[in-house]
Design a protein. Sequence first.
Length: 271
Amino acid sequence: MDMNIAVRNEIYEHAKQWVYEAGELIRQKINDPMTIETKAHAKDLVTTVDKETEYFLAENIRKTYPDHLLFSEEGYGDDVTSLDGTVWIVDPIDGTMNFVQQRRNFAISIGIFHQGIGEIGFVYDVMADVLYSAKRNEGAYKNDEKLSPLKQDLNLEEAVLGLNHKWLCENSVIDEKVVQQLVEKARGARAYGSAALKLAYVSEGIVDGYLTMNLAPWDIAGGMILANEVGAVTTNLSGGEVNMLKNDCSLTCHPAIQNEIIQDFLVKGLK
């Protein structure tokens, strides 16, 4: 059953307020001494600010919507095994390494799903104070400015792609030489260190595609909803549906270049 529009608008307004409040909390703490820990490996960082931000969002969600579920990164979420009902997929700080090293280029990301369908998306560039937001079938916005639908036609030779440099090194997912050929054919490639921001840039039309390697649902949930609202398409590397309950690889891009990227490069290179 579709989410009631009045209910969706109410959830959107609450979430928007909490995202702004969480961003202000982060900005207040940005120059404080940081406690930095590693998770799975030395490049997988978490700080007390990540945890405090998630706790703030989790408390507000549970207090206001006790029947909703929270699927999140830093330990305050529920044990989510399906997207039945209403599920908030939250990354309190996407781009923690940027947060630690640069004090910028990170985002709060929220994707709100109802019965498996992405209904509301937020990506908040905290230090730039830029909020990307979307409601399903109502377009995407950058602050209060509605973003234009993606232009009709695009050639891969004119496309700028977002991808992590790990794709160009030997890896367990794909033959790196095939990705090197893809990068050579495209107009350019960019790495920003935040999946959420890259997907927001796809929605803005300043990046034409974004390739992710084994990212968690909370890395992409908010930004994917944004990008899809302006006409971008999201699949796994072979063109199927992305699994939003576990780590997966994905391609979000302009529909005019999707088939060529998947068939001529990704499918050929998959291990």
